[in-house]
Design a protein around this ligand. Structure first.
Ligand code: SF4
Length: 110
């Protein structure tokens, strides 16, 4: 259920164990948890695209590695946050990028 997923993602305490455990030094679990938490709440919707773009791009700029879905992060996470938040983040990012580049190409796709 959506609210339950949002609450799970909200459990992130920013401890950094996921980044430390990742062979690519990716911060994707952490970032995905934040995006997922905010993106699932009704009050998060208007800012959703902008936030997905900004957070993923900031993560890249900061020099974190690229996620290859190795899965070490979810094993290391003390809050048992699932790698599903990364898949969701990637989807949000792709949708938002597509909208930015081709405003009409994805109109109406939700
Ligand atoms: S290990 Fe879990 S709780 Fe810690 S920063 Fe990563 S996602 Fe958040």
């Amino acid at each position: 259920d959506v609210l339950e997923e949002a609450m799970d993602a909200a459990a992130c305490i920013g401890c950094g164990a996921c980044v430390a455990a990742c062979p690519n030094a990716s911060a994707s679990l952490f970032t995905g948890a934040k995006i997922s938490h905010l993106g699932h709440l009704p009050q998060g919707q208007p800012e959703r695209d902008k936030r997905a773009l900004a957070m993923v791009e900031t993560m890249d700029l900061e020099g974190f590695g690229h996620c290859t879905l190795a899965g070490e992060c979810q094993e290391a996470c003390p809050k048992e946050i699932s790698i599903d938040v990364i898949k969701r983040m990637n989807r949000d990012y792709l949708v938002a990028s597509a909208k930015r580049q081709e405003p009409r190409a994805v109109a109406g796709s939700g």
